[in-house]
Design a protein around this ligand. Structure first.
Ligand code: BGC
Length: 757
């Protein structure tokens, strides 16, 4: 009976006359061999106006039996399942609305390391695994759509969401999001890329207007989305809260229809960000918006006082003809086509059991190990080897100091923070403490103790812990120990920007920080025989104490197995191989946007093309650590670079990479291009990379390829990518400022590139 009902109900002929469907004949929409496009069209044709409207807006946050971030009820008569979306930047966040409160369900989901950590791995296979793993957990819990996938560029390092994005370079961010998207969708979950576009700070996030010239927009801010959409084909693109050049992102025909859908060929749906992303029903929908979230059951009442636009108001607009039925059909069809083509329609997600926590833990640990960046590793006075790795057999005493390293590791806050599995490991110091004077913020800490993991690695050493609040005691303990390891934390969260890149203290982060971390590190480093700083950070950190410490490891927010992963890197069980996805400046004064204005809604991208390392290169500003930097316990040598282009302008760069040290390791070999001077570009840009694992003494010939577009500039007059005419020089090395094999070049004949590639 069920089968007959389903196959009948989707047929256009049966749409209005269910009782007339007696035959069991397979309709095209029920025929799984028909194309997703055909099946989606037939489902749309079978729908009433109310049903169409029902499918293009959410009904609030934490609602429906499952909860989550968004819920669109299904249409049983057409075999269309309930559609739940959950935040899943780092793991599944399942919110439930209880009365007026949203609470996170402890569902066993795995908190993975943050997005910037994943980007620091520069490992596309790992990004694919990351996306696939979260998708498996989403599906296990009953979700159809994951809301991870943030790729806004780190134009403003103090942006409270830097930790959840993929760094400052569009090609790095773009390639990582392609891999993540493919991983997610391979597990029958709709992937999201967000927040489209130029959504680069949290201050005034609902009202700020990013004023950015077209060339910078296309070459930088839109590029990760372009690469992600063309090569990853996500089912969902979330448009942002902010305005871009005067238009709300979710109401911009240029962004949504002209470029995303028509030029890039995006076939999925455009979804609004959750609150206040829309001001005008007709404008947004006619601009290309396909779905409103969080939405509500009554537009005039709204959800939590935020009025919505794509329920009764959209129906009225369709009835009045200000939104065409064809547009509404397209909105519905975009979602259906995706769920059909990914196999979700024929096998909908249902809550189906328990999360495999052992598997989650191993993915979390692996990602953490592959994403920690060894920033500095000097040889202490009176020692014969660099400070790291630690040799347990040769160490009698270790003092671990601060950062709650006795119990936990830090997580980022907001939609990208996965709730802890078994409660928050560290109590908030002040629930009214604010970040950047904007958002009250109590950090989440995962129960994963670096101290315990360090103790397990060095069973014969005396390993003590001090909480860091007594600077003099910490310095004395450091002087007495063979090794001092200070843990420093930098809490970031959605909805508020950091006031500074300086490590927070009890003034700048009252909720989570009890003391002056910079002063603590300086005091310890001044006395320690061997001083190591481990950062749990979401973005760049300034380090006034850098000259006096021997080693610094950026561990980011390392997820639920962070403590174990940190110890594995410190003791050399894992050889660090990650590289910075953002430049670390020496001081706040070195960044392009000097201050984030709380009062001026216009955010002028006056740095133009000089985002990230491009700024430091163009202005000859020496960074603390450059983009792409990261040390290893072994050494790599690059020789014999050569490069060529094919007839279409696609580039291949080849070179020999050797591991010249004594341990196995992986190197992220990066290729940067300098364009012909007449192109008017910054000094260099990343065009590609390869992460290569080599045994000690081993060497390999490595080839990095890059599409012609990676060498192109946006031609504002032609509205196309243009290959500039002339000589492109290529440099290869282990960071943007470590050019080991420079000097190879290619000559290109200038021309416009076809838009549709
Ligand atoms: C965030 C999105 C998130 C959504 C749902 C918004 O405030 O900007 O990234 O997916 O909330 O939680």
């Amino acid at each position: 009976m069920k089968q007959t009902m389903l196959s009948c109900m989707v047929a256009a002929a049966c749409a209005t006359l269910i009782t007339g469907c007696g035959s069991s004949e397979t309709t095209p929409a029920g025929d799984t061999t028909a194309s997703a496009d055909t099946r989606a069209s037939q489902l749309v044709a079978a729908m009433t106006l109310d049903e169409k409207i029902q499918l293009v807006h959410g009904t609030g946050i934490g609602v429906g039996p499952l909860g989550g971030a968004g819920y669109i009820p299904g249409i049983a008569r057409l075999g269309i399942a309930d559609y739940y979306a959950a935040d899943s930047s780092t793991g599944v966040s399942q919110l439930k609305l209880n009365g007026n409160a949203l609470t996170a369900v402890d569902n066993g989901a795995t908190p993975l390391p943050s997005g910037i950590a994943l980007a620091a791995s520069w490992d596309t296979a790992l990004a694919r695994e990351y996306g696939a793993h979260i998708a498996k957990e989403l599906r296990t819990l009953g979700y159809t759509e994951g809301l991870g996938g943030g790729v806004n560029l780190a134009r403003e390092l103090r942006n409270g969401r830097t930790f959840e994005y993929s760094g400052e370079d569009p090609v790095l961010a773009g390639n990582m999001i392609v891999a993540r998207t493919l991983g997610t969708q391979s597990e029958k979950v709709v992937a999201t890329i967000k927040h489209y576009v130029a959504n680069d700070q949290e201050t005034n996030r609902f009202t700020s207007n990013s004023i950015v010239d077209e060339r910078s927009l296309r070459e930088l801010h839109m590029l990760p989305f372009e690469i992600g959409v063309k090569e990853g084909q996500p089912g969902n693109v979330m448009c942002a809260y902010n305005l871009v050049n005067g238009d709300k992102s979710c109401e911009s025909k240029y962004l949504l229809t002209d470029v995303l859908k028509n030029e890039w060929g995006f076939r999925g749906k455009v979804q609004s960000d959750w609150f206040q992303a829309i001001t005008d029903t007709v404008k947004s929908v006619n601009a290309g918006l396909d779905e409103e979230q969080a939405g509500s059951v009554d537009d005039d009442v709204g959800f939590f006082g935020v009025k919505s636009h794509l329920n009764q108001k959209l129906k009225a607009a369709v009835q009045a003809g200000t939104v065409s039925m064809a547009r509404l059909d397209d909105m519905v069809k975009r979602r259906l086509r995706t769920v059909i083509s990914l196999g979700i329609h024929d096998s909908p997600a249902t809550p189906a059991g328990k999360i495999d926590q052992a598997l989650g833990d191993s993915v979390a640990r692996k990602v953490a190990e592959q994403s920690m960046v060894l920033l500095k590793n000097d040889t202490p006075a009176a020692a014969s080897a660099p400070a790291l790795p630690l040799d347990a057999a040769a160490i009698n005493s270790i003092v671990v100091i601060g950062g709650h390293a006795d119990v936990a590791v830090l997580s980022g806050g907001g939609a990208a923070g996965t709730p802890p599995r078994d409660g928050n490991a560290v109590a908030c110091l002040d629930p009214n403490g604010m970040i950047g004077g904007q958002v009250t913020a109590c950090a989440v800490w995962y129960k994963s103790s670096p101290l315990d993991a360090i103790r397990a690695k060095a069973p014969r050493a005396v390993v003590t812990y001090l909480d860091g609040s007594d600077r003099a005691a910490a310095a004395q303990a450091a002087a007495n120990a063979d090794v001092a390891i200070v843990f420093a934390t930098q809490w970031q969260t959605e909805a508020g920007d950091l006031p500074s890149l300086s490590l927070p203290d009890a003034v700048t982060d009252r909720a989570n920080q009890a003391y002056d971390q910079n002063a603590l590190i300086a005091a310890v480093a001044a006395r320690a025989k061997r001083s190591i700083v481990v950062l749990e950070n979401g973005t760049a950190v300034t380090m006034p104490w850098i000259a006096s410490t021997h080693a610094v490891l950026a561990a980011w927010y390392p997820g639920v197995k962070g403590g174990q992963a940190i110890a594995n890197v410190l003791f050399g069980d894992v050889n660090p191989s990650a590289k910075l996805p953002v430049t670390f400046p020496k001081s706040d004064a070195d960044v392009p946007q000097k201050t984030i204005s709380a009062t001026d809604n216009d955010v002028r991208y006056s740095e133009g093309l000089l985002v990230g390392y491009r700024w430091y290169d163009a202005h000859n500003i020496e960074p603390l650590f450059p983009f792409g930097h990261g040390l290893s316990y072994t050494r790599f040598a690059y020789t014999g670079a050569s490069s060529s282009v094919d007839a279409a302008g696609n580039l291949t760069v080849s070179f020999t990479l050797a591991n010249t040290g004594k341990v196995a390791g992986a190197e992220v070999a990066q290729v940067y291009a300098t364009l012909p001077a007449a192109a008017g570009e910054p000094p260099q840009r990343l065009v590609g990379w390869q992460k290569v694992t080599l045994a000690p003494g081993e060497s390999k010939i490595v080839s990095v390829t890059a599409k012609a577009e990676r060498l192109a500039i946006w031609d504002v007059a032609a509205k196309q990518w243009r290959l500039p005419d002339g000589k492109f020089t290529l440099a290869i090395g282990g960071s943007s400022r470590d050019k080991q094999a420079a000097g190879s070049s290619v000559e290109l004949r200038g021309r416009l590139l076809p838009l549709s590639r």
